[in-house]
Design a protein around this ligand. Structure first.
Ligand SMILES: [Zn+2]
Length: 146
């Protein structure tokens, strides 16, 4: 099976420290949250989403989340977007680490992301938790190949 065609299924997550990608609420003990492909969704948002997708209503392009919000409410939203974005970034780093641990080269990772292997290495290598020492050799190779 082509892994890129496989549908990612949601997983039940430990909620502590997770940010709901739909409402921006931070999970804590006793919360129920699911996640998949970089998003985390709290139980309330899952229930709301289920009602929306099964309710028979048609999408309304004018129904945007910032409609009817005060400036204070808009500002309160910004850090929640940043938290969700950081969570997505951690998800990407986790998958890059998995790719590296499975033996995929920086060149292949870079090509997949549409960047050079040096760009991939510069973005990810220093922040990966288990970067093998051999990666220093890769870095040297990448730098000298330009
Ligand atoms: Zn939520």
């Amino acid at each position: 099976m082509d892994p890129f065609e496989r549908r990612e299924r949601p997983l039940l997550l430990t909620p502590e420290g997770k940010t709901c990608s739909m409402c921006g609420r931070t999970g804590g003990a006793g919360d129920r949250m699911v996640g998949g492909f970089g998003v985390v969704v709290c139980a309330d948002c899952v229930a709301d989403a289920h009602r929306l997708v099964t309710g028979g209503a048609e999408p309304d392009a004018a129904d945007v989340p910032w409609k009817d919000r005060s400036q204070a409410e808009i500002l309160e939203t910004l850090p929640r977007i940043v938290a969700a974005s950081r969570q997505m970034e951690r998800f990407l780093f986790t998958w890059v680490a998995v790719a590296r641990q499975s033996g995929i080269s920086w060149a292949h990772i870079g090509r997949t992301l549409g960047v050079t292997r040096q760009a991939a290495w510069e973005r990810f290598a220093k922040r990966l938790p288990d970067v093998p020492a051999a990666d220093q050799d890769v870095a040297e190779e990448v730098v000298t190949e330009q």
